[in-house]
Write a protein that binds this ligand. Structure first.
Ligand code: FES
Length: 161
């Protein structure tokens, strides 16, 4: 019994036409895979060099005091107005920082503001006429608020009011 051979008399398998083993490198002699055109790994930053996402510039909040002083803040994300004021070095009245004491009470003159926790220091009738708590208040639009110690006295419940 004889073993079968192909037409050229060699065993099946072996080399390609130029005598090199199959597989290997691409045309420029570099290994396959690697980097993109700018030599940096894929992904990264946007055109301005800032990380992608969270590009929110924030809301402009103007604080006005009864004496006529005014300060403008930029409040970003869910930051409270009291936190933004502290960061900017603007002193505003506050106490508990969680909506219970009413020390920070302000009057919203323009814009929209959202309380991130229940505004327990204010009665519904005070909320209805525009009083807010900046310690748990974050602006939904650009806002203008009247601030100062006097404002709490306007809304604090008294036995004869
Ligand atoms: S600081 Fe107490 S309610 Fe705002």
């Amino acid at each position: 019994m004889t073993r079968p051979e192909n037409d050229d008399g060699e065993p099946p398998g072996g080399e390609n036409d130029d005598g090199e083993p199959l597989g290997g490198e691409n045309d420029d002699g570099e290994p396959l895979g690697g980097e993109n055109d700018d030599g940096e790994p894929p992904g990264g930053e946007n055109d301005s060099g800032e990380p992608l996402g969270d590009g929110q510039a924030g809301r402009v909040v103007e604080l006005v005091w009864p004496a006529g002083r005014a300060e403008t803040l930029r409040v970003r994300g869910d930051e409270s107005i009291v936190d933004a004021a502290e960061t900017a070095g603007v002193a505003v009245p506050y106490g508990c920082l969680y909506g219970a004491c009413g020390t920070c009470t302000a009057e919203l003159l323009n814009g929209e503001l959202r309380h991130t926790d229940p505004p327990r220091a204010l009665k519904d009738r005070s909320l209805d006429v525009g009083y807010v708590l900046p310690c748990i208040g974050t602006p939904e639009t650009d806002c203008r608020l009247r601030v100062g110690h006097e404002i709490q006295a306007e809304v604090v419940g008294t036995p004869w009011k």
